[in-house]
Ligand binder design. Structure first.
Ligand code: SF4
Length: 398
């Protein structure tokens, strides 16, 4: 199988042995049949997978789909997160990151401070991932200057930055259309959008958890414009707040419909709300099994989005390695620094080396493959460090 994956994955799926967990479960068998014969599962089947008492059948089916596309390969890149500012004019109810401008912990990085964050790692990363709050004064020109300066010093680093709501905010502040805003940012060096802020693409849910943010349709329209000008994007889902099963399926179907038209989503990144005692006390939360179920169903429903990511900054390394056997084929990279999930309560380590990340992938009996940001170049990762040549003690060695 090529490292880029198998375009004819549906016919490969038909050839794979069917695990007992799937063959003994009528719901999963019906979904497998639909994927092979019709190419996709229906909304009703998506709901039935969420309601299916047999989690093992859902995860096994997702693993089949993943394997039909990528075999045992799992992708990662070497990246760095830099958050430009935590000052935000909105106050989404789930957000632990934002601060008001006069808050003692409010900050805004200037261009030199931003470049200072990249400099120490510039030889070992190929992507900088940048999102932040909606700063009341920063407009398109400020971000163009930031991206131009970044490309001038680090021309080979891919800039993945700005969520849809940040694009909307910049277009309003600068009195530009979304297309003009994205084109100017692209000309200055922006390479792709990370996809954050989709939350749940159902406006009744958005009104309860992130009033004032872009609407569901605006999120999709902004990504559609990015795709039209040739800028790839990711897409996300924040679950475990106040949404229903139907809302989750609506979210996935809306992304699938958008992808049918604009085709520019590279990767889907589902992650649960990280709770504390103050934000969204009515949130339903998501257990480990629920997180794994959402990742699995994402793989089964999103037949036209190439990659599903285990976002270890949010779900942790242990659950991420399990997710790689339940439909996810991609895992967040070396990261180095991250604030949004860590302010919200994540305890995922930020000093993970590439060797350690590869060992985590191998622990799920997968093959680590280093990729670039837009999934156009791939390389099997092997380490020369004997400490990481095996991931578990051999029997009799402990
Ligand atoms: S989620 Fe984004 S837009 Fe909402 S308050 Fe936080 S930083 Fe602001």
């Amino acid at each position: 199988m090529p490292l880029s994956g198998n375009q004819e994955w549906r016919s490969e799926l038909a050839k794979l042995p069917v695990p007992l967990a799937v063959s003994s479960d009528p719901i999963s068998m019906a979904c497998l049949k639909s994927l092979i014969e019709k190419g996709r599962v229906s909304r009703e089947q998506g709901i039935s997978l969420f309601e299916n008492p047999s989690l093992s059948s859902v995860t096994s089916l997702a693993d089949m789909v993943k394997k039909s596309r990528y075999g045992n390969n799992v992708f990662f890149n070497e990246n760095l997160h830099v958050n430009t500012t935590n000052i935000c004019v909105l106050a989404c109810r789930f957000c632990a990151f934002r601060k008001g401008p006069r808050h003692p912990e409010a900050y805004s990085l200037d261009i030199d401070e931003y470049l200072d964050r990249i400099r120490p790692l510039s030889d070992s990363i190929d992507e900088v991932h940048t999102v932040g709050g909606l700063h009341p004064k920063w407009d398109v020109n400020d971000y163009c200057k930031l991206f131009s300066a970044t490309k001038e010093e680090f021309p080979d680093i891919h800039i993945k930055a700005l969520t849809a709501v940040e694009i909307k905010h910049l277009s309003k502040l600068s009195s530009l259309s979304i297309e003009e805003t994205l084109t100017r940012l692209s000309d200055a060096g922006l390479d792709s959008l990370p996809g954050g802020g989709a939350e749940i693409l159902v406006d009744q849910v958005r009104d309860r958890i992130c009033m004032g943010k872009e609407s569901s349709q605006e999120y999709l329209d902004i990504h559609s414009v990015a795709h039209q000008i040739g800028m790839p994007t990711n897409c996300t889902m924040l679950f475990g707040t106040v949404e229903s099963i139907e809302d989750r399926v609506t979210h996935l179907i809306r992304l699938r419909q958008q992808q049918d038209v604009s085709k520019g989503f590279q990767c889907f990144v589902p992650y649960p709300f990280l709770p504390d005692k103050t934000r969204l006390p009515e949130a339903q939360l998501a257990t480990g099994s629920e997180i794994i179920r959402v990742i699995s169903i994402s793989r089964i429903l999103l037949d036209n989005i190439p990659h599903i990511k285990a976002y270890r900054m949010n779900i942790g390394d242990k659950l991420s390695s399990l997710a790689l056997t339940c439909g996810a084929d991609d895992i967040d990279g070396t990261v180095g620094h991250e604030e949004i999930m860590h302010v919200a309560g994540s305890s995922t380590r930020l000093d993970t080396s590439t060797d350690q990340l590869a060992a985590l992938v191998k622990s799920s009996r997968s093959i680590p493959v280093k990729r670039n940001s837009n999934y156009s170049s791939f390389e099997r990762y092997s380490t020369s460090n004997p400490s990481y040549s095996r991931v578990l003690p051999q029997i009799g060695m402990t």
